[in-house]
Every structure is written in C-alpha cells, then in structure tokens.
Ligand binder design. Structure first.
Ligand SMILES: C=C(O[C@@H]1C=C(C(=O)O)C=C[C@H]1O)C(=O)O
Length: 379
C-alpha cells in the first residue's frame, strides 16, 4: 500500500470508529428506555415481550430504512438482536406474581438444570421455592406441608415410579405438575397418585436459554384446569408460548422431534469417530450448512449422556420410528448402489412435493441462520 492509500484508509477508519462509538451511546440510551418500559410493564403485570408492538415497529423501520437506501433486512436483523437483549434484561426487575396467595412451591429434583431454571423464574416472580433432592426424602412430609404447587423434574426413567410411590400424600388442593419430555405415562401416574389438580408440562428448550421469550411450553391438561390457570398465565408472563396437546399426540411427535433427532445426531457423531474423521480439516473445509451440522452434532456430546439416553429410551415406540429410518436409508442407498440416478431424482421430486410450501420457508429461515454462522467466523 502506498502512503496516500494508507492515509486515506486511516482517515476513513477513524470516522467509522466514531460512528460505532456513537452507536454504543445510542445503544445505551435504548437499553435505558427499554428498562423504563420494563419497569412500567412490571408495575402493570404485563410481560416484556409484546409481539404486536414488535411487528409494527419492524414494519415501520423497514420502510424508513428503504427510503434511506439502507437494506430493510439489515435494520430488521439489528432490531431483532436488540429485542433479544430487552428480554434478557427483564430478569433484572423480576416478573409479576399471578398467584400471591399460593403456598410455597416444591421442585422435586430441583438439582437438574431445567428444574433450576424454573426455580429461578418462580423466585423472580415472588414465589417461595423449596427444592427436594434425592437426599431430602426423610424430610419430605415437612417440605410438602403447605405446598401450593409441586413440580416433578427428575430423570424420565424414574418419574412414574417416583410419582406413584412418593407423591400420594400431597395436600389435597396442591397442584401437581411435571416437566418430563414424555407426557402420557407421567400424566396418568400423577392423576393416579394425586386427587387434586394435575397438569403435564414439557418445556421445549434447554436450560441454557437466557430468557423464556418466544420459547414453547407444551401443556397437557390433567384435572382441575381452573385451579392451575394462574400457572399457565405465569408461564406466559415469562414470555413463553403455550401449546396445548393431548399427551398421545405430544408423545408421538416426540418420537421424531426428540428420539429420532438425538439418535441421528448420536449416530452421526459415532460415525465420525469410527471413521477417525479429522475435525480440524472438516472445519477448514466446512460450508456454512456443514458448520451448522457439526454444531448440532457436536453440542450433543458436550452434554449429559444420561439425559440423552433418557430421552432416546423414553418411549419404546421410538424404536419403530428409528427402525423405519434405517429401512428408508437402505432403500435410498440401494438407488445409489444401483447407479439409478433417475430414480433418485424422481424420489427427490416426490419428497419435495410432499414438503410443499414448507421447503421454501425452511430455505428462507436457514439462509438467515447460515449467514449468522458465517458472521461468527474469526479467521
Ligand atoms: C420495549 C418494549 O418491550 C419489548 C422489547 C422491545 C424492544 O426492544 O424494542 C419491543 C417490544 C417488546 O417485545 C416495548 O414494549 O416497547
């Protein structure tokens, strides 16, 4: 680079630094205003997450950006990231307590990570939370005495037997709920063990979400919904979206959403291991979608094997779904083995037709994800 170029670049980069510094000041100003909105909403018992306000705000800013020759998608991306920050900061003020008259809450198995997240959210909403862990059963009667809500959050393999053996003497009007990732058997076990209100919940996220805004919680009604309506409202105040489902429909979906998903990731990782793949090279040669795939598989092996074994082994019906996958894999492989390119293409078309409008929708969604995977590269 000659001296003139260097000087020009330095000058322009100085100006860019100045703009970025102004951005920091503007961000600080915005965070302060959002905090004030948070305080007003908290006072009125409203959730921070306001989807309609977001939609109208985004539409207006996109229009304004376009007039100034700024890409509408750019302002939308930035605002969405800022809104995520708004939800994270909500924890600083806490949440409205929907049922101030409730006795304390008992989390059975609160040492688990998801249990810990619920304990935190309940505490931030003003409830008194007691945790009952493996070693606390000798004190169980005292812990349950006066409880208004008992939430079971123990490993799936022991959920039903624990409910049937240990939760038969709860106070009559106490709500019994669980967070297990299957719902049929646990909800039945709760109905059998307890005569009072019963509700099955399945949070469709891991404990590492920073906020519950926009996360999904599946609700399977058991008994006495009017008595636990407040709990559902409370979860919505945390920002989550409730999806009501029959336990059977939920469990069937979980065979694909959980058992098959995690089992496939397991096999993918198992295969990389057996092939003695060089992850460094794979990363070097990764396309964005492959980087995302490695992330999806790799994150599995950063977590608890017991947790995933629990989820994969939870329903014996999953075995059929996973076996079908193997059959379909073999069938597709035979097209490859026989060199039948045409048959492969026509099979591809048939599946694409079956996906219908979802295929282009998924393509749009993944485009944004792939771009942010690429943004994260540092070398
Ligand atoms: C700040 C608010 O709360 C949330 C955060 C928003 C933001 O960061 O702009 C917008 C809407 C809400 O989801 C609000 O309602 O205005």
């Amino acid at each position: 680079m000659n001296e003139k170029t260097t000087a020009e670049l330095e000058n322009l980069r100085g100006l860019i630094d100045g703009v970025d510094q102004q951005l920091i000041h503007l961000l600080r100003k915005r965070l302060d205003l959002v905090a004030q909105v948070g305080a007003v909403k908290h006072g009125a018992g409203l959730p921070i997450y306001a989807p309609q306000r977001e939609a109208s705000m985004l539409a207006k800013r996109r229009g304004e950006a376009q007039k100034m020759d700024v890409s509408p998608q750019l302002i939308e991306d930035i605002l969405r990231r800022l809104m995520r920050e708004s939800y994270l900061n909500e924890k600083d003020v806490g949440f409205k307590q929907v049922n101030p008259d409730l006795g304390h809450v008992v989390l059975v198995g609160g040492e688990g990570k998801l249990g810990g997240l619920f304990a935190q959210m309940l505490t931030l909403s003003g409830y008194q939370v007691k945790v009952l862990d493996k070693d606390d059963w000798c004190r169980a009667t005292a812990i349950f005495d006066g409880a208004g809500l008992v939430i079971v959050t123990v490993p799936i393999a022991i959920t039903c037997s624990l409910i049937k053996e240990k939760l038969t003497e709860l106070p009559q009007d106490c709500i019994l709920a669980d967070l297990t990732s299957i719902k049929g058997e646990p909800v039945n076990a709760m109905l059998e063990a307890h005569k009072g209100p019963v509700v099955g919940l399945h949070p469709m996220f891991g404990p590492d979400v920073g906020s519950l805004a926009k996360q999904v919680v599946v609700v399977c009604h058991g008994r006495g919904s009017q008595d636990y309506q407040w709990l559902l409202e409370q979860i919505q105040i945390w920002g989550a979206r409730l999806v009501e489902a029959e336990p059977e429909r939920h469990d069937k979906a979980m065979q694909l959403v959980q058992a098959m998903r995690h089992f496939s990731s397991f096999v993918y990782g198992f295969n990389l291991y057996k092939e003695e793949a060089d992850i460094e090279s794979l990363l070097q040669f990764s396309s964005p979608i492959y980087r995302l795939e490695l992330a999806m598989v790799g994150r599995l092996f950063a977590q608890s094997p017991e947790l995933y074994a629990d989820i994969i082994f939870a329903q014996k019906e999953s075995l059929k779904a996973i076996g079908d996958y193997l059959d379909n894999y073999s069938q597709a492989l035979s097209l490859l083995q026989s060199g039948d390119r045409e048959a492969f293409v026509s099979q591809f078309k048939e599946v694409a037709q079956w996906f219908g409008d979802f295929a282009p929708q998924f393509q749009r969604e993944s485009r944004a994800m792939l771009q942010s995977v690429n943004d994260m590269k540092t070398d």
